[in-house]
Ligand binder design. Sequence first.
Ligand SMILES: *[C@@H]1O[C@H](CO)[C@@H](O)[C@H](O)[C@H]1NC(C)=O
Ligand SMILES: *[C@@H]1O[C@H](CO)[C@@H](O)[C@H](O)[C@H]1NC(C)=O
Ligand SMILES: *[C@@H]1O[C@H](CO)[C@@H](O)[C@H](O)[C@H]1NC(C)=O
Ligand SMILES: *[C@@H]1O[C@H](CO)[C@@H](O)[C@H](O)[C@H]1NC(C)=O
Ligand SMILES: *[C@@H]1O[C@H](CO)[C@@H](O)[C@H](O)[C@H]1NC(C)=O
Ligand SMILES: *[C@@H]1O[C@H](CO)[C@@H](O)[C@H](O)[C@H]1NC(C)=O
Length: 410
Amino acid sequence: MDIAAFIAPLRQLRLNKITRIILLLVLSSTVLFSVLTIAYTRSRDSSYMFGIPSALLRSNTSNSSFPPLERVRIPTTPESNTTTPSEVHEDVLLNNGTHRANATLLMLARNTELDAALQSVRELEEKFNHQFGYPWVFLNNVPFSKAFKEKMTEVVSGPVEFAMIPPHHWYQPDWIDEEKATQSRNTMVEENIIYGASVSYRNMCRFNSGFFYHHPVLQKYKWYWRVEPDVHFHCIVDEDPFLKMEENNKVYGFTITLIEFEKTIASLWKTVKDFIAENPHYVAPNNSMGFLSEDGGETYNLCHFWSNFEIADMDFWRSEAYSHFFDYLDAQGGFYYERWGDAPVHSIAAGLFLPKDRIQFFDEIGYEHHPFTHCPHGAGIIRKKHCSCRGWRSFDYQGYSCMRKWERIF
Ligand SMILES: *[C@@H]1O[C@H](CO)[C@@H](O)[C@H](O)[C@H]1NC(C)=O
Ligand SMILES: *[C@@H]1O[C@H](CO)[C@@H](O)[C@H](O)[C@H]1NC(C)=O
Ligand SMILES: *[C@@H]1O[C@H](CO)[C@@H](O)[C@H](O)[C@H]1NC(C)=O
Ligand SMILES: *[C@@H]1O[C@H](CO)[C@@H](O)[C@H](O)[C@H]1NC(C)=O
Ligand SMILES: *[C@@H]1O[C@H](CO)[C@@H](O)[C@H](O)[C@H]1NC(C)=O
Ligand SMILES: *[C@@H]1O[C@H](CO)[C@@H](O)[C@H](O)[C@H]1NC(C)=O
């Protein structure tokens, strides 16, 4: 770090004065940069910086003029499947002193989806999270690669954890009759049903239906915002949707609602009706049956909330009603003998076990998951929230949308 030691050889080079000055400037800024980088890196590893408790520093992470010091712990061993920064779950105040919800942003991703995952995370950070600094949790059924963890760590503004899904939460259970499951997959392939052949898609649907909220890294959170690789957020989100849920006593939030492929859930509704017949006490008064059925519950109209976007309360999934419901469905084997999706499973549960006014439609969040986009109603919001989508492109009142059925129950 001794600048004189760098300058000595320059003298001997007999360079002209201007060249020397330029070289000197370049060298000294390099040295200054290294010093700052080392100081910054050290500060991230210690819980105190200049004697200020890290909790105070963290409370300013939402202020972009201040470097996000306690942002992340990068796992030191690439084979470690999870990092558990103990400070993540502390209640954090925003820099203006407002409360932040007990919430995380959540993404299930494969290592091969890094670019698509980065694009979703960058957009949500830009449109929302850089103001709020909510933590991220990334889940994978295999360990995340070093590249995934490093690249992702660079783009998030809050703390981040990378964790592996326990195998028994992911893989097809032993008691599933594989012959029967294979037969069903082959039939779906013949019928050209999307993901009809895929066992891993079925694993994912079952995991999202009944296991993610039991993952050890999610126990410390109540709320989650589910984010998938390769989605788009079209509008500025400057009002905290988690707090909106909390303040208005909501449990489940969505942006897009549509029709499910009937062949993937052929026996789901019958199973739901059997469950309800045995457990009528779980059904909430003032529920959303009018959204799910055209005939008072005799048949399912296939309407569901598109669960690739969800802002919801995990304590609902952890509740007795939902746990009992999931176990009942799971025991029928329909996640493998058919191809039950987590979207209809979540939607039916939220629709029946909650009063309808505890479900939130997030009109103001412009969201796109190919091939559908929800864009807020009205030029007013589109302008105010700087949306990059066009109202007329919104899926809400198009062919397969269930928005009108949602609206008719209010
Ligand atoms: C962080 O914000 C709080 C409250 O606004 C303030 O008291 C504190 O000095 C700030 N800390 C730093 C390091 O700027
Ligand atoms: C960040 O802090 C500075 C100085 O305290 C303040 O002027 C600025 O408005 C803050 N920015 C945000 C986004 O809160
Ligand atoms: C992480 O991996 C270890 C073995 O490598 C395993 O024992 C542990 O259960 C895994 N943790 C999670 C959360 O999957
Ligand atoms: C956050 O929510 C979880 C789940 O409800 C709970 O166990 C935890 O204690 C909560 N943390 C705080 C700080 O309130
Ligand atoms: C504090 O900041 C958050 C996020 O920027 C904002 O939603 C909230 O309205 C602010 N509260 C006050 C009292 O300024
Ligand atoms: C049923 O839900 C509607 C719509 O939110 C609400 O206006 C009404 O008060 C609720 N009725 C009862 C009995 O909870």
